[in-house]
Design a protein around this ligand. Structure first.
Ligand code: FPP
Length: 243
């Protein structure tokens, strides 16, 4: 049973397996992404319902540009569709949308619709829904180092004063951008056991739950199973048992 008192504050998900799901059914890959979008919608709703405060999904990585133009454009079209269709519902549930990654490189239509979603949900105080788009951890860290370099040049900070905490502020998840705590739980679907350049810094002490389920088949029940597994683990943060 799910312990409602110990729901992780921040859950990050790698939504993997859309392509295989479609392939298994003899459908085009985009049909898999479409089904993935529907699954994502349900997980956002369920996160609000069970009191998750931050949900971060990996929707498009800095490496995903290597896919066919049709697939890439199709994913962004789905994203626009999602925002257009769901914005009202997101607002109704007081969900705040944030983007992790340099989304200015996305097609113009996607940028416009994301900016609308950011603006229209900015005052919401429910679930913070972070969509990682054109996101990669290495890219994020290099960007942070450049921003820090700039602040050093301007005399705003001194190299000797850089700490883990101050470095974190320059990441996409940092207080200057999305202000999210580190995820307690990272879930990856489809049986792959890799992090794939996702939240490398932020997941230093996260629990990982890998599931065989392909993302389009990931239901709220599966989600709760992953959270239960997390609740059964013993987090030590490099120290002794916390009882
Ligand atoms: C991974 O499956 C999934 C993606 C790269 C795209 C994720 C997109 C969605 C869930 C739907 C669209 C929603 C938004 C917000 C853009 P895969 O294609 O790597 O699957 P495979 O490993 O089986 O090929």
């Amino acid at each position: 049973m799910l312990d409602k008192e110990r729901i992780p504050k921040h859950i990050a998900i790698v939504m993997d397996g859309n392509g295989r799901w479609a392939n298994n059914k003899g459908l085009p890959r985009l049909a898999g992404h479409n089904a993935g979008m529907v699954a994502m919608k349900e997980i956002v709703k369920h996160s609000s319902a069970i009191g998750v405060e931050y949900l971060t999904v990996y929707a498009f990585s800095t490496e995903n540009w290597k896919r066919s133009v049709d697939e890439v454009n199709g994913i962004f079209k789905l994203l626009v569709l999602y925002v257009e269709k769901e914005l009202r519902e997101l607002n109704k549930n007081s969900v705040r949308v944030r983007i992790l990654g340099d989304y200015s490189k996305l097609p113009e239509e996607a940028v416009k619709s994301l900016e609308k979603a950011l603006k229209k949900t900015d005052k919401n105080i429910g679930l913070q829904f972070n969509i990682a788009l054109n996101y990669g951890s290495r890219d994020e860290m290099i960007r942070a180092i450049r921003l820090i370099g700039e602040d050093i040049r301007l005399g705003l900070i001194k190299p000797e004063n850089i700490t883990e905490e101050s470095f974190s502020k320059y990441l996409f998840t940092g207080e200057k951008f999305a202000d999210v705590p580190d995820p307690e739980l990272v879930i990856r679907t489809s049986g792959e056991k890799r992090l794939s350049n996702y939240l490398l810094w932020q997941s230093a002490y996260s629990e990982f739950v890998f599931m065989e389920t392909l993302w389009p088949d990931f239901t709220p029940t599966e989600y709760e199973k992953a959270i239960e597994e997390y609740q059964n683990r013993n987090r030590r943060f490099g120290g002794r048992n916390i009882t």
